[in-house]
Design a protein around this ligand. Structure first.
Ligand SMILES: [Zn+2]
Length: 350
């Protein structure tokens, strides 16, 4: 029997001030009383402490761990510290790193995990995939689907605007990710799910449609970007892989992470990648670039703060990052000249 199993989050809450209801949501989810919170140093001071107090007031037993990165060594030390403790649920509170750490720890310890993002910078906040440093690969690893996602738009709106603009880049990336997926289906007979693909595309269209509101960077903007990030994560849950959310534009970003002296944010690099990959696909890359510019997401090497050389180099090695994932870059990738032309024609380098 060939089965396709879909794991989805049980509860998704988005809204202004929803963080104050965390104890209620936890009770509704019937997860138990012993909570381990994993968070970063700044978020701990701004939000973490008050969430812990709230949970303690509601008779939860709370342990917490402050982490600075999502490196496998950090993760292993958290696992070591808590593997013999009785914990019913792990909360990841913060931007990418704390959530990725919490996600991975919960996966290894087989304990449910709740994601509470404080920024809308990429779709890892809601997906079962985690970016872990030190595993020897630049791409994400499959862990477990969050039991719940609680996204307070008031808190997310207070994060630096750059993070929100970067989140838009990660959503816009779905345009080329889906094109690559279709191509792999046609040329390599890879599994393709129309529903998951449509849902991922819908997220990308959603931010395109609401660009005028997003650029205000207010609570409504935070909500729109977070909704788009969550629905593209759900598309990945449905597909059972990152295919609907990650194509050649992500390979380009991963390549930059490997070689650039100072990489930019994930979503920012994906945004620039999407412009170039849309060009290769023969799609309306100008419209994508215009929207990104309007929102304030980087569209050039300069804005990424990455020298032209690394942009071209990344384009020439991107196809090697994940050879099993067929994309518009093909099996042999771009030549140096083709890569340079591509970056020039799309205005990424001048
Ligand atoms: Zn991404």
């Amino acid at each position: 029997m060939k089965e396709h199993v879909i794991d989805l989050p049980k509860k998704i809450v988005i809204g202004k001030g929803v963080i104050n209801n965390i104890p209620n949501y936890l009770r509704e989810l019937e997860v138990g009383d012993r909570v381990l919170m994993i968070t970063g140093p700044n978020v701990f001071n701004i939000v973490g402490k008050s969430v812990i107090e709230m949970l303690q007031d509601s008779k939860f037993e709370v342990s917490f761990k402050i982490v600075n990165n999502a490196h496998i060594n950090t993760i292993n030390s958290v696992i070591e510290e808590f593997k013999n403790e009785r914990i019913d649920v792990i909360i990841g509170l913060g931007g990418g790193k704390s959530i990725d750490t919490a996600k991975y720890v919960s996966y290894i310890l087989n304990i449910p995990f709740i994601s509470i993002p404080t920024a809308a910078s990429h779709d890892g906040v809601a997906s079962p995939f985690a970016s872990i440093k030190g595993l020897g690969k630049p791409t994400s690893v499959k862990t477990r689907v969050p039991l719940a996602i609680i996204a307070d738009s008031k808190i997310i709106a207070k994060a630096p605007y750059r993070l929100l603009a970067s989140g838009v880049g990660d959503v816009i990336a779905k345009f080329t990710a889906v094109l690559d997926w279709r191509l792999a289906h046609k040329l390599k007979n890879e599994y393709y799910g129309e529903y998951a693909a449509s849902l991922a595309l819908l997220s990308a269209k959603h931010v395109l449609c609401y660009a005028n509101i997003i650029r205000r960077g207010d609570e409504k903007a935070a909500r729109i970007v977070m909704e788009a990030l969550i629905s593209s994560s759900i598309a990945m849950c449905i597909a059972g892989s990152t295919r609907p959310g990650s194509g050649s534009e992500h390979l380009f970003s991963h390549a930059l992470d490997l070689i650039a002296p100072k990489p930019a944010l994930h979503g920012e690099q994906c945004a620039v990648g999407t412009i170039m990959m849309a060009y290769l696909h023969g799609k309306n890359w100008r419209k994508i670039r215009k929207t990104l510019k309007h929102i304030g997401t980087p569209t050039t090497a300069k804005e990424l703060g990455i020298p032209d050389y690394y942009i071209i180099k990344a384009l020439t090695i991107a196809h090697k990052i994940r050879p099993e994932r067929y994309t518009i870059l093909g099996e042999s990738g771009l030549t140096w000249e083709a890569a340079e032309n591509l970056a020039r024609r799309t205005g990424v380098i001048d």
